[in-house]
Design a protein around this ligand. Structure first.
Ligand code: FES
Length: 131
């Protein structure tokens, strides 16, 4: 995984708590913000699984579409997440680029082949933390 996320303004330190696991929806995303304004560090958490409570599969990406480098949602904590052919995908709300949430790769749309910037996360005592 690239370390590009860590170079962003307001990037939180490893070990920073983002939220409780139960706050990450199974069918949408949960945004956590550090800093304010255009330079804020916006990370969005997604759950890839639908059933495994013991070891949920999480992904976190900076909320920035690689097409125009703007947020990929319009409304707070409302993301276009779909189940397509057995995996969770994200659609950018602006020009409908499609991304696999498993690896952040755009597989259809105006930024084909580019990737969302992943942020490493792990689960610690039912809390999602950077790391
Ligand atoms: S800004 Fe996301 S597809 Fe254009």
């Amino acid at each position: 995984m690239s370390e590009a996320w860590a170079l962003r303004p307001h990037a939180p330190a490893l070990g920073t708590v983002l939220c409780a696991l139960e706050e990450v929806p199974r069918d949408n995303g949960r945004e956590v913000c550090f800093g304010e304004g255009e330079k804020a560090f916006r990370v969005v958490l997604f759950r890839l699984d639908t059933s495994d409570e013991a070891s949920p599969e999480l992904r976190a990406y900076i909320n920035e579409c690689p097409h125009f480098f703007i947020q990929y949602n319009f409304n707070a904590d409302t993301f276009c997440v779909y189940d397509i052919e057995g995996q969770k995908d994200l659609m950018c709300a602006h020009h409908t680029a499609m991304f696999h949430l498993s690896d952040g790769r755009c597989y259809e749309g105006p930024c084909l082949g580019k990737r969302l910037i992943e942020v490493p996360v792990k689960l610690l005592n039912q809390q999602v933390v950077i790391g």
